[in-house]
Ligand binder design. Sequence first.
Ligand SMILES: [Fe+2]
Ligand SMILES: [Fe+2]
Length: 191
Amino acid sequence: MADVFKVLAQDHEEVKDMLKELEKGPTRATGASQDQLALRKKMTEQLIIGESKHEALEEMYFWPVVRDHLPNGDALADRAIGQEQAAKEVLAQLDKLEASDSEFEKLLAKFIADAREHIEFEEMQVRPRMRTALNSERAAELGTQIAAGKRTAPTRPHPRTPPSPGVLKAAGPVVAAADKARDAVTGRGSD
Ligand SMILES: [Fe+2]
Ligand SMILES: [Fe+2]
């Protein structure tokens, strides 16, 4: 079973690949067809779903452990969660737009830049310290928890939900079920 570092790193690689793909375009401004714009919207939906799950799971399981295990854990967690909340605000707006809307590319470009900065912060500032601080059993246990949590994690950003582990764990399954029901009705995230 993959440990927490592998589980989170794999998510990060997937997000980075999606960002690179989206950056290639084409966009409305560079002459994308209707089909290409529809595909761009679908890819963005997949990005928002993956990102919403990832950040919610970090907030439920990862940041509390960072707070417990590192002397500067609170400062690191607070900074990261601040970045995550800001990203959720952008994604919640982006999720409402079509790829043909004039604001779409501006929001997407902002998300891409912010997400890269956030991933770099986690990988450069947090991961090395946590690798030293966590024993392999705890790292494996946390990895299992996060991987299993994907099934019931919210698929929408929910910037208004407080990013505290208690609130997310209590509200998470209900919110995620509602997200999935809405996704099924609207076809969001489907191929
Ligand atoms: Fe994060
Ligand atoms: Fe992350």
